[in-house]
Design a protein around this ligand. Structure first.
Ligand code: NDP
Ligand code: MG
Length: 383
């Protein structure tokens, strides 16, 4: 029996790489659902190639274009936010690849959990914003959540066979992005193009900027806390510019396990889709001779403020991670549109933390309200 995959966010960086994995293993996987936000052309092209059961375009104004293009096929076409939420309920879906970027992934992820689905989670903002809720609900509804983010996939792999052995600490590796080693004066004037130019990974725009500010690593700390049930002081970050060691786990006896490989998201994507099995592929393999040295250094939180901000939000908990996520989404968008400078991103997030009322034990509704209110305040500030 082939595994039926729904890819939410199929037109993005993770979405297209998931399709590459499926293309490589057509004997194992079938595409059941594809969704996009605005990119109707790519969604149509993917649908023609993979012949899914159903597709959804979030932008309703593009419904006709997609429906017309696929009218000669049996593919069902839907549009709108609600349709993206509802599509995850389909009984024929065996695994959902959650590859929508940002807070927008929250409603369909919650719905998928409530329907007890198997979820390969690439989106990180959901666990940053509402990690406690996600963990609690996935236990309640017996939804399996498998990490895709390379660091969390690495930790997940290091924990295989460790049964109940307690984790002493998790060490997340960070490439450091394009600006590692630079000082504040340099960062003052960096351009969007420079910030998007990641040395090791090719990713969507939002996560590329998050990698340049190191907010991506801050988010990954919070994500790790929830996915692996550890305390904030048990999560560390180390800069490792080559991105070969994807992360490490230290156990109570002092032993450290690491997972290594070339920086290629197709590997953790494939692992999440075939777990607990590993299958052959044609992707390039790591060669030690090509990397005579692997380096490590401490991250400078005075220069990369976002790392300190995320740590503070992780320790404080409640709705604070939701505040920093919303502020970051607006600030990154403003930076991409050249309305603020690179260093203003962290200033804006820090200011938002002070402006929004702290809620220690937020309900789901509190998360949505916090998100909305934070966005409003940040937008007012940068007007
Ligand atoms: P992209 O921006 O490349 O792709 C995002 C996808 O989500 C696209 O299919 C886009 O559709 C869709 N989308 C965007 N906004 C909405 C919305 N409001 N409603 C529904 N769909 C939407 O992002 P990435 O693939 O880089 O990242 C996806 C997630 O995975 C992020 O959370 C990121 O942090 C995480 N991640 C990514 C990694 C990477 O290597 N790229 C690595 C680890 C984690 P459209 O194309 O039509 O706009
Ligand atoms: Mg990562």
């Amino acid at each position: 029996m082939k595994k039926r995959i729904a890819i939410l966010g199929s037109t993005g960086s993770i979405g297209t790489q998931t399709l590459e994995v499926i293309r490589e293993h057509k004997e194992i996987f079938i595409v059941e659902v594809l969704t996009a936000c605005k990119n109707a052309n790519l969604l149509i092209q993917q649908s023609i190639e993979f012949q899914p059961n159903a597709v959804v375009i979030e932008d309703e104004s593009q419904y006709k274009k997609v429906a017309d293009a696929l009218s000669k096929s049996d593919i069902k076409v839907y549009a709108g936010k609600k349709a993206i939420e509802q599509i995850v309920e389909m009984e024929t879906i065996d695994l959902i690849m959650m590859a929508i970027v940002g807070f927008a992934a929250l409603p369909p992820t919650i719905r998928a959990i409530e329907f007890g689905k198997n979820i390969a989670i690439a989106n990180k903002e959901t666990f940053v914003v509402a990690g406690e809720f996600m963990v609690e609900k996935s236990k309640k509804y017996k939804a399996k959540v498998i990490p895709v983010d390379s660091e969390h996939s690495a930790i997940f792999q290091c924990l295989a066979g460790e049964f109940e052995n307690p984790i002493d600490k998790i060490i997340l590796t960070a490439s450091g992005g394009p600006f590692i080693g630079k000082n504040k004066e340099y960062l003052q004037n960096v351009t969007v193009a420079q910030a998007l130019n990641h040395p090791n990974w090719s990713m969507g725009k939002k996560i590329s900027i998050d990698s340049a500010t190191l907010m991506n690593k801050g988010f990954e700390m919070i994500e790790a806390k929830w996915l692996f049930g550890v305390q904030p002081h048990q999560v560390e970050v180390v800069i490792h510019p080559q991105s070969i060691i994807h992360s490490l786990v230290q156990f109570e006896d002092g032993s450290i396990k690491a997972q290594l490989g070339l920086p290629d998201m197709k590997v953790p994507i494939q692992y999440a889709m075939t777990y607990p099995f590993r299958i052959k592929n044609s992707f390039p393999k790591f060669d030690f001779a090509q990397y005579p040295s692997l380096n490590f250094e401490k991250a400078d939180t005075n220069i990369f403020r976002t790392l300190a901000i995320a740590n503070e939000a992780m320790i404080k908990g409640g709705n604070m991670p939701c505040v920093i996520n919303a502020a970051n989404e607006i600030a990154v968008e403003a930076f991409l549109n050249e309305r603020i400078s690179f260093l203003q991103i962290s200033e804006i997030i820090e200011a938002a933390m002070a402006k929004i009322e702290f809620i220690k034990s937020p309900s789901l509704q509190d998360y949505f309200l916090t998100d909305e209110l934070t966005r409003q305040k940040v937008l007012e500030q940068i007007k």
